[in-house]
Design a protein around this ligand. Structure first.
Ligand code: AMP
Length: 281
């Protein structure tokens, strides 16, 4: 595996590979890699000649400075895992490489409705930061295919919108990889204490409860019941919602929509976890 820290050197290398006919698959991450990330790498390796993974903890997407400061960093284990997975290139830039003019006064993206709900509502500025970093990373890598996790469903829709600015990059959304007890794998799980870890699968069970009962009882009552179940299990939900899977328009009447999605964000003490589940109509 080749490691690049400098964006210009990465660009030169990738443009040679592109000229030689290589398809480039790109997996952007913030590190502390787990089996969710490796699923993206494996998808990319199957479908492309060259896979580039980036590890960059992007300061502009953290609306909570404590969350940024405490974001897990396990770079040596990450490099070992990427080598074992046969990842071809690791892009490991520093903040000054990604934001050479600093992180103040950056461009704003017209995300409209998507930025006003769910993660957009509870993490003001988060998706602006996602777009700011993704645009820069994509400009360096110029992949043919971009791999992202369905676990961050709203992020996938935001990035899909951003891809309108690029020429034909295909976004592939990879299903969420879970622990045996249903907890969605996440780098933030490393921050959970043993007690918190035992409580965390309540989020997955809550999503199952919504999915299993959505056609049996009125949605507002079901969501309220699930929310209070999470509270009784020791979590503090930001939201428990159901939306149309296409555009995340929130719904309070199920009515057998073709496809909708249940989404939850909840705190376990200081750690904020998110998850979702697609529900076929
Ligand atoms: P992160 O390092 O958390 O920014 O995640 C990098 C990429 O991995 C994003 O596209 C995430 O959606 C994806 N990802 C994170 N956790 C999982 C998971 N459990 N299953 C599948 N993809 C994931």
């Amino acid at each position: 595996m080749i490691i690049f820290k400098n964006p210009t050197e990465l660009q030169t290398h990738l443009s040679r590979l592109r000229q030689a006919g290589s398809d480039i698959g790109f997996v952007p991450t913030m590190g502390a890699l787990h089996a969710g990330h490796t699923a993206l790498i494996r998808h990319s390796k199957k479908e492309n000649t060259v896979t580039v993974c980036s590890i960059f903890v992007n300061p502009t997407q953290f609306n909570d400075i404590k969350d940024f400061d405490k974001y897990p960093k396990t770079i040596e284990a990450d490099v070992r895992l990427l080598i074992a997975e046969g990842n071809d290139i690791l892009f490991l830039p520093e903040v000054k490489d990604v934001y050479p003019s600093g992180t103040a006064g950056l461009e704003q993206y017209p995300l409209g409705y998507l930025e006003t709900i769910l993660e957009g509502q509870y993490r003001p500025g988060h998706f602006q930061g996602v777009c700011q970093v993704m645009k820069r990373l994509l400009n360096h890598v110029l992949p043919k295919r971009l791999y992202m996790g369905q676990k961050d469903y709203q992020q996938c829709l935001v990035v899909k919108k951003l891809l309108d600015e690029f020429n034909g990059i295909e976004l592939i959304a990879v299903p969420t990889v879970r622990e045996a007890d249903g907890l969605a794998m996440s780098s933030r799980n490393l921050r959970l204490s043993d007690t918190e870890r035992t409580k965390a699968p309540a989020i997955f069970r809550a999503l199952q409860e919504i999915s299993n009962n959505i056609d049996k009882e009125p949605l507002p009552g079901l969501l309220a019941k699930v929310r209070s179940g999470l509270q009784s299990a020791g979590l503090r939900p930001d939201y428990v919602a159901v939306a149309s899977a296409d555009d995340l328009i929130l719904i309070d009447d199920y009515n057998r929509q073709p496809q909708c999605i249940a989404l939850i964000a909840a705190y376990l003490n200081e750690v904020r976890l998110i998850d979702n589940m697609l529900i076929e109509g």
